[in-house]
Write a protein that binds this ligand. Sequence first.
Ligand code: PLP
Length: 398
Amino acid sequence: MVFNFDQLADRKSDNSKKWDREFNEGYFGKLPDEYISMWIADLDYEITPIIHKKIEEIVDKKTYGYIYFYDELFEAIKQWQGNKSDFSLNNEMISLNFGIVSALYVTVQAFCREGDSIIINSPVYNPFRVAAEVNHIGVLENELEVDQEYRYQINFKNLEELIVEHQPKIHILCNPHNPGGRVWSKEELQKIADLCLENNVILVSDEAHADHINQGQFTSALSLDKKYTDNLIVLNSANKGFNFAGLKMGYNIIPNPDINNLFKQQLKKQGILEPNIFGAAALCASYTNEGKEWLEASYDYMVQNYDWASSYLSQEVPELKITPLDSTYLMWLDVSSLGMNGDEVVERLAQEEGILFQPGSSFGQAGINHIRINLGTSKEVVQKSFRKFADWCQKNKR
Ligand SMILES: Cc1ncc(COP(=O)(O)O)c(C=O)c1O
């Protein structure tokens, strides 16, 4: 099937966090009449045809009553995950979430008490931090290091020292990592899992971006040996791959029955009981051959956007440091050579040029010199915005 990713959905009129003017002015300040939004990880494409069809079928029936976590959902998840690891999944291990973010909160509430802490590798997706902070749980940050290719690396010595000294209850790993798109190798995962096991720390693997792998081999934490998967919570959804975050649907996989029971009790306390009828249908439709075809075609298109943007920027503003795109559709750029940090670049670009990028500081202080750019849009939008961005850098660098 041929998909047209040059043609974009109209997002300015749907109360979208990404495109709504009022919402974005609250975040970026006064915007010019014309603006292009490339921040939050939300695609500008129309929904996958197979998902649209399944949702239309429900709409045509005109009934939207309660549903349960039905067999087709379990089967779809087991099959999709079965393509990523040899782990033998059963229905008991799978539970519902209302998007991974909801499950981050549930995890913290289930396994931490006031005075406890969690550990994360920063900069990282901010809800990891917020889920702990709003529950009065401490956050230990193991700062990632960059290698010569501007790829993130884990400082294992530091990670171990922090774990041994502070005994956090859980380690939330972003696998693959957002921002920066790093795909952790099996050896790296194993080292992390070892540290967790030795120190009684539950490993939580957020695999939100696992459907977008450009370079390297994704390893689900479920591929690790049983002793590690017995100490593991995997959080997942199809929201990044298939772009239906607004349907609030995702799932958790927990092999160890004791950990699973505690987690499920907390799900109940949070009232996370039954799926949304549209979210469930969308998840089943995603995890099919037709869904996969769209996923691959859309990601190819986004990788082409990245290839064009990175070669253009390397020519026009060679001082910017571009992180290789191993995973995700989100370019991660170190802008410090412009003589400004990411906050200043983002605020000025938004207000002066109407180009909305995401400040790296929104992933923690460790991201202060970076900006993140969402390439899940048309080639035309990418080229227009990067031309403006490069001109602006040339005029304003100090
Ligand atoms: C690492 C990571 N986890 C979770 C999410 C959100 O997932 P969900 O929409 O399922 O809550 C995102 C969104 O960008 C993300 O980057």
